[in-house]
Design a protein. Structure first.
Ligand SMILES: Cc1cc2nc3c(=O)[nH]c(=O)nc-3n(C[C@H](O)[C@H](O)[C@H](O)COP(=O)(O)OP(=O)(O)OC[C@H]3O[C@@H](n4cnc5c(N)ncnc54)[C@H](O)[C@@H]3O)c2cc1C
Ligand SMILES: Cc1cc2nc3c(=O)[nH]c(=O)nc-3n(C[C@H](O)[C@H](O)[C@H](O)COP(=O)(O)OP(=O)(O)OC[C@H]3O[C@@H](n4cnc5c(N)ncnc54)[C@H](O)[C@@H]3O)c2cc1C
Lengths: 527, 255
């Protein structure tokens, strides 16, 4: 069958050859399916011909997962509808979306309670009426880049600042529909299909049953987005979350919503001494339970903000951070009663002083307007760093930002912090460290001026990956392995376990054509 | 130096305005200190920090306004006074009459206010209070200097600035750019709970409902007409751009 879904790549599609990793790939054709049936049609057309297929969401990934390596690009951004709402047995609202809906689009529709219910079932419509009368709800996963799609977020197990309390998207996905290379579909609801040990039996919606053997490795006990999620007796749905498009194409996702906390306060604690800030973050998470996020900014991040405020009018509304201050910890407090919030504040204040901070150096944002400007502060750091690198890249195209996205077990936090600091100081490279310190997960960014520094930085990141592996950490806690960090995945699990992953993929994709090159080099079991 | 700040609680500037039963609905809207009044609070705190003294925030409104007053206390103000006008039907005359009367029973060297409130935007209340109290006023200040017995305000006027010297006591209203309001610190928020918040009724300041009855009657409120839905042109760029031009010319008649 000839169909007009598949178009040849022309100049107008050139932006689809790259993602936010800023690496450019190659492809011969592209499609923008609107329905699951379209996806099935395309796979049935291309797979038998042995054509590579790379799946894309919004291409905001930073590890080149969505960059094609020849063949076909299947871009799901036009599949952006919401198709149903239901209440689960615990009384929580769950909504089903198409994979291409963006996080910002989903949030807005939830906030405004404004869904296009025209094609919904009667049941969904009744539940929707109930939803409209219920207190405000929200979808908690909050990666910084809100133009990401839910499909991309599921494929990378995305997380954000508030994942400290609420977990990554994995914890909020209740069902998936996946189109396989064969054109069959899998429907998996959380809590229905489990592995027995490391053996998992699956059955497609069309009645084909098959068995997969899960790799034997133990995952690090930290925040993790590296390699397949596997553990004994696991829920089948977890295998597909974080699988980076290598097993099948996620077309529909059901996610759970939560009631929005009545009180959301942002607190920024500033420190003269960076070590004090790290100590503070570590004791904070042990002693308080209603904290949703703990984020860290080092002296270089603050210095970059000071320069931005001076030089760029778009950043004029940033708060002044006195020169004597060298680190900041941003905390988000979520609770339902004001007196509880004030009690927590007293505790946080006490811990801040005990850690070496001064009680005059804290900012509390109690209302949305103030909190928005604190969030602006938080977002300004990565944005400024990207602007800086873009400027340098114009002078020397061989460089890009180098970022480590690694996590370690809690008791290793001080160790890695001093490792990063001493190795960076010794190297003389410019850097900025910020991120999810509550989860022992820091974004360590190296900002090279030229190719030589870039190479030096690359070597440094590789050293860290080796050390993090030794400490029982994860080489990618959030951004996924994609095509850029495959070496680190091998470092983390070893070649044998990577081979097991490839064997697992080959059950779903015997020709090794779907998102090939993500995580590892695929096996080609048949032609 | 005793400084009073006239402070109004307003809708969050991001709030979505809806009308229910002929009135602007407050449901689901979070309330903040009028942003210009926040500049006034900050300026009062700075003057206090350099010259010493006491900052009192004064507002008229219902019990819900306490939240905005607490925010000012958390920023560092010393006391709050809240006068309940006993009615929702408050216009500029009502607010100014109540505030002027409350203030006239207090000690002050300087009164600071916002140049206007972001909700009604009438920019009248501070001027009216000055008139009732019979003290000078400088409006739209972007810089204020205070020394013994006098204040100097640099004020925005059309096409320039004007430097006004005022004998104290006087009123000065704040414009954007005057300062950068601080966030409360954690300590500030905890202390705010213990600072005095005086709540009064009209009778307590020697007024009654008749004396403050609004002079303006709101006949109706309406939202601006909603923008019509956008139109999406789908298809090949060559065809769609032609269609867009055609629509701009024939339907919208703008080119
Ligand atoms: C400024 C910035 C900030 C960021 N902040 C965060 C952050 O805080 N937390 C975080 O986790 N990430 C962050 N990211 C990374 C990125 O936003 C996430 O990885 C996001 O989940 C990718 O979504 P996407 O729709 O853009 O996917 P894409 O980039 O299009 O694809 C990502 C991967 O998912 C696969 N994929 C996409 N859709 C599907 C599908 N429907 N079925 C199967 N596979 C699919 C692709 O093949 C690819 O391998 C950030 C990126 C940027 C640029
Ligand atoms: C930033 C800014 C925002 C403003 N926003 C608004 C707004 O929202 N709505 C609005 O209506 N206006 C607004 N105005 C305009 C201004 O506030 C009003 O026009 C106001 O009424 C002027 O009052 P005034 O006392 O300063 O009068 P003046 O500027 O002194 O005088 C105005 C006019 O009144 C007459 N007049 C004054 N005194 C006498 C006198 N003794 N004898 C005879 N005639 C006299 C003269 O014709 C004179 O030209 C704004 C102005 C500024 C600078």
């Amino acid at each position: 069958m000839k169909n007009n879904l598949i178009k040849p790549i022309t100049q107008e599609f050139s932006e689809y050859l790259k993602d936010e990793s800023r690496i450019t790939g190659a492809a011969e054709s592209i499609s923008f399916p609107r329905t699951r049936e379209d996806v099935v049609t395309i796979m049935k057309e291309l797979y038998p011909k042995g054509i590579h297929v790379t799946v894309q969401g919004a291409r905001t990934g930073v590890t080149a997962g969505a960059v094609p390596k020849g063949g076909h690009i299947m871009n799901l951004s036009r599949m952006d509808g919401i198709s149903a709402i239901r209440k689960d047995n615990k009384g929580s609202f769950c909504i089903t979306v198409q994979a291409g809906i963006t996080l910002s689009g989903l949030r807005k529709q939830i906030k405004d309670r404004n869904f296009d219910v025209l094609k919904w079932s009667t049941e969904s419509r009744i539940t929707f009426e109930e939803f409209c009368k219920a207190p405000e709800h929200f979808f908690s996963p909050d990666p910084t880049e809100t133009s990401a799609t839910l499909g991309g977020m599921a494929a990378c197990n995305a997380s954000g600042a508030c994942s400290f309390l609420y977990g990554p998207i994995r914890r909020h996905i209740t069902a998936l529909k996946i189109v396989l290379c064969s054109g069959h579909t899998l429907t998996i609801r959380r809590g229905e299909t489990f592995a027995s040990g490391r053996k998992l039996d699956l059955i497609t919606d069309q009645g084909h049953s098959f068995t997969v053997y899960l790799p034997a490795y133990e995952m690090p006990k930290t925040k993790n987005a590296s390699g397949y999620y596997v553990e004994n007796d696991m829920d089948a749905i977890d295998l597909f979350i974080g699988s980076q498009g290598t097993l099948g194409i996620i077309t529909d996702i059901e996610v759970g919503l939560m009631p929005f906390p009545r009180i959301v306060w942002g607190i920024c604690c500033l420190f003269e001494n960076e070590r004090d800030a790290v100590v503070f973050a570590a004791v904070l998470r042990e002693q308080l339970t209603n904290i949703a996020a703990i984020e860290f900014f080092d002296r270089d991040s603050l210095a970059i903000l000071r320069t931005q405020k001076k030089e760029n009018p778009a950043f004029a509304r940033l708060r002044i951070i006195e020169e004597r201050l060298n680190a900041a910890v941003y905390i988000e407090l979520h609770c339902d009663q004001e007196n509880l919030a004030i009690e927590s504040l007293a505790k946080i204040n006490q811990l801040m002083i005990e850690s070496g901070g001064s009680e005059k150096d804290s900012w509390v944002a109690r209302n949305n307007t103030n909190r928005d400007s604190l969030l602006f502060f938080r977002h300004a750091v990565p944005e400024s760093v990207n602007m800086l690198i873009d400027r340098r890249k114009k002078e020397d195209p061989s460089i890009t930002k180098l970022g480590a996205d690694m996590s370690v077990p809690g008791h290793r936090l001080h160790h890695v912090m001093s490792m990063y600091r001493s190795m960076l100081d010794e190297s003389g490279l410019q850097s900025a460290i910020w991120g999810h310190i509550g989860d022992n997960h820091l974004h360590v960014n190296i900002l090279p001026h030229n190719e030589e520094e870039y190479k030096k930085g690359q070597a440094l990141v590789a050293l860290w990956a080796a050390e993090i592996t030794k400490l029982g950490g994860s080489v990618s806690a959030e951004h996924g392995i994609g095509k850029l960090k495959t070496v680190f995945l091998t470092m983390m699990y070893g070649q044998d376990h990577v081979n097991e992953m490839a064997a697992l993929k080959a059950v779903f994709d015997p020709k090794g054509l779907l998102c090939a090159g993500n995580m590892f080099v695929p096996l080609v079991a048949e032609r | 130096m005793k400084i009073l700040v006239l402070l109004k609680q307003t809708f969050d500037t991001e709030a979505k305005i809806t009308i229910e039963g002929g009135k602007i609905s407050r449901s689901g809207v979070s309330m903040i200190i009028n942003p210009y009044d926040e500049f006034a609070v900050e300026e009062a705190l700075k003057i206090k920090e350099s010259l010493g003294g006491e900052v009192t925030v004064v507002s008229t409104g219902d019990d819900g306004v306490q939240d905005a007053l607490r925010q000012a206390l958390a920023m560092g103000a010393d006391k709050a006074v809240l006068i309940n006008p006993g009615t929702d039907d408050v216009d500029e005359f009502t607010a100014a009459t109540v505030l002027a009367k409350a203030v006239s029973g207090m000690e002050y060297d300087l009164i600071l206010a916002g140049w206007r409130a972001v909700d009604d935007g009438s920019a009248q209340v501070a001027g009216r209070v000055a008139e009732i109290l019979g003290i000078p006023i400088a409006k739209l200040a972007s810089k204020i200097d205070v020394e013994a017995g006098k204040a100097t305000a640099t004020c925005e006027i059309e096409g320039g600035t004007e430097v006004i010297e005022l004998p104290l006591p006087a009123i000065i209203t704040a414009q954007k750019g005057l300062n950068e309001p601080r966030y409360p610190s954690m300590k500030g928020i905890m202390q705010a709970k213990k600072k005095p918040m005086e709540k009064k009724g009209l009778g307590d300041i020697g007024l009654d409902a008749g004396a403050v009855a609004a002079k303006v009657k709101v006949l109706s409120v309406a939202l601006p007409a909603a923008r019509a839905a956008g139109k999406v042109f789908d298809g090949e760029p060559a065809d769609t751009s032609a269609a867009v031009v055609k629509a701009l010319r024939e339907e919208a008649k703008v080119i």
